[in-house]
Design a protein around this ligand. Structure first.
Ligand code: ADP
Ligand code: GLC
Length: 504
C-alpha cells in the first residue's frame, strides 16, 4: 500500500511556458522542473499552459472540459485538453491542462513573430487567465477537488490573481485558494495602452494607480503584485535589488509596500535532463571524476560550428540577445579578444541589431567565432559541455540558469555580480581558492574594460592546470538540484496558511 504523505498540497501552476512543451527561456525550465520536484515531494500538481497547437509535442491528449469565456462581450469557446505525466518517485502523476483556442495560441511564436510582439497579447493572456479561473471552478465546484495554491509566473498569468481576488464575490467557492506570484523578470511587465483596459473585462475602478494603472497604461504584473497573497522572485539578491530604483523598473514602490515583502527562492536545475553523464544530446558523456568525454565534446563542438580543432580556450555565450544580457559589452571587446589565442561560440536570438553585429563579427573572424542565430536546445547542451568558459555579462539577472548548467558541465562561468549570478557563482579569490570553494569569476562594473580584465584573469588561471581543475571540480560537485528550492517553495505556501491533507 502506498504510504500516506502528510500535508500534501494540491498546487495549481499557471504559466505561459514549461519544458518539454514550449520554451523561450529559463521560465520554461523552472516551471517544468519545479512541477516535477514538487510532485516528487508528494504534492499533487496541476499545470495549466496555453495550448500552443502545432508547436506542442505530438502526444495523446483528451478533451477534459469545454466552456466559453467572454471576449469583448462575446462568448468565446475554449477546450481544455489534458494529459498526465508520470514522475518517477512521485505518488501522483502531474496533470497538464492546455487552454486551447487556436486563433490565440496556435501561432508561430509564443509572444511575438519577426521580432514584433503580437498586437493582441493582452487579449490572449487575459483570455488565458480567465480560462484558468474557469478551470478552477470546474475542478472545485463540479469535480469536488480541494485546491490549495495557485502559483502564478510572470505577467502572462498575473491577471489570474486580479480576477480571483478583486472579484472574489464572483468566486466564493475558490475563496480558500491562496495565490503566489513568482516574478522571473521585472523587465517584462505586460504593459499595454490604457484604452485596452476594457479587454480585460475588469471593472473600470480597477484602472487606477492603486490597482492596474501605471502612468496611464495597463500593467498586468503590477496588478498581480498587488492582488496576490504573496510575491516571490528567483534569487535572494534579486529580491533585494528590485526594491531599488536601479532594478525595480518603476515597480520598486509597489513591491516595497507589499506586506510580507518579496521572498527570494533560487532556481534549481533538472538534474536528470542537465547531466553530462547521461545527456543524450552529447557526443560523449562524462562526470567530475572522469572528464575525458568533455574533450571529445569540445572537438565535436568545434567541428559542428566550423572552427578548427585547436587546443585553445573555448569561450561561449548562450542566451536571448537583449540589453539585459549585456552581450553588447562583449561585442565591444571583440577586437582585443580576437587578438588572443582563443575561440568564441555564440548561440542566441533576439534584437536584430545584436544579431547583425554578431553576424558581422563572424564574417570578420570566421576561424575564431562560431555563431548560431536561433533557438537550438541540443546545441545549448553541446555548448555547455564542449566549452571551457561561459560568459554572462548581464546588466541584471533574476537568477540565470545557463551558469548553473555550466557549473554542472565543468564549464567555468564568468559573470557580472548581480541577482542570481551573485548567489550561485563563488568568485575566484585567494580565500575561496584556498578553501576550495571558488567556482567562477565575478565582475561588478558593467563596462567593456572590466569584462575584458576579468576574461584575461580567467584565461591566466586556465593556464594554471591544477587551479583550473580545482575550479571545475568544485563547480561540478555543487548540489544544484531542485530538491531544496522546491522545499523552500513549500515553506512559502505554508506561510500563506494552507494546510494540506493526507493523501495516499
Ligand atoms: P532567461 O530566462 O533570462 O532567458 P536563463 O539563463 O534563466 O535566462 O535561461 C535561459 C535558458 O534558455 C537556458 O535553458 C538556455 O540554455 C536557454 N536558451 C537561451 N537561448 C537559447 C538558444 N538560442 N537556443 C537554445 N537554448 C537557449
Ligand atoms: C527569467 C530571468 C532569468 C531566470 C529565469 C527563470 O527569464 O531572466 O534570470 O533564470 O527567468 O526564473
Amino acid at each position: 500500500m502506498a504510504s500516506k504523505i502528510p500535508d500534501s498540497l494540491h498546487i495549481v501552476m499557471a504559466a505561459s511556458e514549461a519544458v518539454p512543451y514550449a520554451k523561450t527561456g529559463g521560465l520554461a525550465d523552472v516551471v517544468g522542473a519545479l512541477s516535477l520536484a514538487l510532485a516528487k515531494l508528494g504534492h499533487q500538481i496541476t499545470l495549466l499552459l496555453p495550448g500552443y497547437g502545432t508547436r506542442l509535442p505530438h502526444r495523446h491528449r483528451r478533451v477534459a472540459m469545454q466552456f466559453s469565456v467572454p471576449v469583448g462581450g462575446d462568448p468565446t469557446d475554449v477546450s481544455i485538453e489534458e494529459e498526465y505525466v508520470t514522475v518517477t518517485g512521485a505518488s501522483h502523476p502531474v496533470r497538464v491542462l492546455f487552454v486551447c483556442h487556436a486563433p490565440y495560441f496556435d501561432r508561430l511564436g509564443l509572444y511575438q513573430q519577426d521580432h514584433r510582439d503580437y498586437p493582441d497579447n493582452l487579449d490572449r493572456f487575459s483570455f488565458f487567465c480567465r480560462a484558468v479561473i474557469q478551470v478552477l471552478h470546474v475542478l472545485v465546484d463540479r469535480q469536488r477537488e480541494k485546491l490549495d495554491i495557485l502559483h502564478l509566473h510572470d505577467w502572462q498569468t498575473a491577471l489570474c490573481a486580479v480576477y480571483l481576488k478583486a472579484l472574489s464575490h464572483e468566486h466564493t467557492s475558490l475563496g480558500s485558494i491562496k495565490t503566489l506570484l513568482t516574478v522571473h523578470n521585472l523587465g517584462y511587465q505586460g504593459i499595454f495602452p490604457g484604452p485596452e483596459f476594457m479587454k480585460t473585462g475588469l471593472p473600470s475602478p480597477l484602472f487606477s494607480p492603486s490597482s492596474l494603472e501605471f502612468y496611464g497604461a495597463v500593467n498586468c504584473l503590477k496588478g498581480g503584485i498587488i492582488f496576490s497573497d504573496a510575491v516571490s522572485t528567483v534569487s535572494p539578491t534579486y529580491a533585494r535589488e528590485i526594491l531599488t530604483a536601479e532594478y525595480g523598473c518603476g515597480l520598486e514602490g509597489v513591491l516595497a509596500h507589499r506586506t510580507g515583502g518579496v521572498s527570494g527562492v533560487t532556481n534549481g536545475i533538472d538534474a536528470d535532463v542537465w547531466d553530462p553523464a547521461r545527456d543524450a544530446y552529447l557526443p560523449a558523456q562524462y562526470c567530475a571524476d572522469d572528464r575525458s568525454g568533455k574533450r571529445v565534446c569540445k572537438r565535436a563542438l568545434q567541428d559542428e560550428l566550423g572552427l578548427p580543432g585547436l587546443d585553445v580556450p573555448l569561450l561561449a555565450v548562450i542566451g536571448r540577445l537583449t540589453f539585459q544580457k549585456g552581450f553588447d559589452l562583449l561585442l565591444e571587446i571583440l577586437p582585443e579578444l580576437m587578438g588572443l589565442d582563443l575561440q568564441l561560440i555564440v548561440l542566441g536570438a533576439g534584437d536584430s541589431h545584436l544579431e547583425q553585429q554578431f553576424t558581422a563579427a563572424k564574417e570578420k573572424y570566421a576561424q575564431r567565432i562560431g555563431l548560431h542565430l536561433g533557438f537550438d536546445e541540443g546545441l545549448a547542451h553541446r555548448i555547455e559541455a564542449g566549452s571551457d568558459m561561459l560568459i554572462m555579462p548581464s546588466r541584471y539577472e533574476p537568477c540565470g540558469l545557463s551558469q548553473l548548467y555550466s557549473l554542472r558541465y565543468g564549464t567555468v562561468p564568468i559573470v557580472r555580480r548581480t541577482g542570481g549570478l551573485a548567489d550561485t557563482v563563488v568568485p575566484f579569490r585567494p580565500s575561496t581558492v584556498t578553501s576550495g570553494r571558488a567556482t567562477g569569476f565575478h565582475f561588478i562594473d558593467p563596462s567593456p574594460d572590466t569584462l575584458l580584465s576579468t576574461i584575461l584573469l580567467a584565461l591566466h588561471v586556465y593556464g594554471e592546470q591544477e587551479t583550473w581543475k580545482a575550479l571545475v571540480t568544485s563547480g561540478m560537485n555543487q548540489d544544484l538540484s531542485w530538491d531544496q528550492s522546491a522545499r523552500n517553495y513549500v515553506k512559502l505556501y505554508h506561510r500563506l496558511g494552507v494546510r494540506g491533507e493526507e493523501r495516499g
